[in-house]
Design a protein around this ligand. Structure first.
Ligand code: FMN
Length: 252
């Protein structure tokens, strides 16, 4: 199985919790025999969809824009047996970079409406489209946060969506006293990667271990509020971090 992961976190790999969970998932996938590759969307130029339908009318399956999405990423996506869409949760949904990426996959659809019972969809143009696994992390300590993302992904990918890996309390994963619980979670993520490759689904036992609480919710809320109070105190009188304007220019 050729597995390609697309990570849309803007953070570096040492800081990103999406990356932490994603790499554990891929470790399990490799143990089950998959060949894996990770592409970091922050390193690519992905323009916004223009809404011109040139990919349906003139170019028939290819976007009219020449950028890294047309030139490289879309091809990698289509060639994958399983594409892992890995995004940090921003405002209860995928982040904007992942949304841009997904909107630019419109060329894989046909300009037709088909009634699929619950909803009307576009059929796929390509005979082979990848199975999809979505993976996300969020800071708040509940699964409740992922509802909008989950609904969005199920509506987008339907039967092609084989797994949803959602890890809440992401910013607590590096806290030393919580490591026994974290180790259990990370082992479950490895197991999930292996199960998705072997069975195209995650077992309820693995999902329970993967989503377990790291501590009582009230404790995590107190820890978070104390953390932010201390960070604000530490930053008194300091300037905000420098912004790399080249990086900003690249995406707008
Ligand atoms: C703009 C922005 C919006 C966010 N929105 C949410 C949110 O809706 N719910 C939540 O629990 N965490 C939210 N977070 C926290 C991130 O999901 C969390 O820090 C996560 O670990 C980021 O992933 P990364 O480390 O891979 O970048 C938000 C963070 C940012 C910067």
């Amino acid at each position: 199985m050729n597995l390609v992961a697309f990570n849309s976190s803007p953070r570096d790999n040492q800081t990103s919790k999406t990356e932490l969970i994603l790499q554990k998932f891929l470790e399990g996938a490799r143990q089950a025999g998959a060949v894996t590759e990770t592409l970091y969307l922050r390193e690519y130029r992905i323009k916004y969809c223009l809404g011109c339908f040139g990919c349906w009318l003139q170019n028939k399956g290819r976007c009219v824009q020449e950028d890294d999405m047309t030139g490289e990423l879309f091809g990698h996506f289509l060639e994958a047996d399983l594409a892992v869409l890995a995004t940090p949760l921003y405002h209860f949904n995928m982040n904007a970079r992942m949304k841009s990426f997904i909107e630019r996959t419109l060329p894989m659809m046909e300009p037709a409406f088909t009634d699929q019972g619950e909803g009307v969809h576009h059929p796929f143009r390509m005979a082979k489209v990848p199975r999809i696994a979505v993976l996300s992390v969020c800071a708040f300590p509940t699964d409740y946060n992922f509802q909008a993302l989950s609904l969005n992904m199920r509506m987008l990918f339907g039967h092609n969506l084989v797994a949803e890996i959602y890890r809440h309390s992401s910013e607590f994963l590096h806290i030393p006293p919580l490591q026994p619980q974290v180790e259990e979670v990370l082992a479950a993520v490895v197991q999930a990667g292996s199960e998705v490759v072997r069975y195209h689904q995650v077992s309820p036992e693995t999902m329970n271990a993967l989503t377990r609480d790291l501590a009582p919710r009230e404790t995590l809320i107190q820890m978070a509020n104390q953390f932010w109070r201390e960070e604000i105190e530490k930053e008194e009188g300091h300037s905000p971090p420098a912004v790399d304007d080249d990086l900003v220019d690249k995406y707008v």
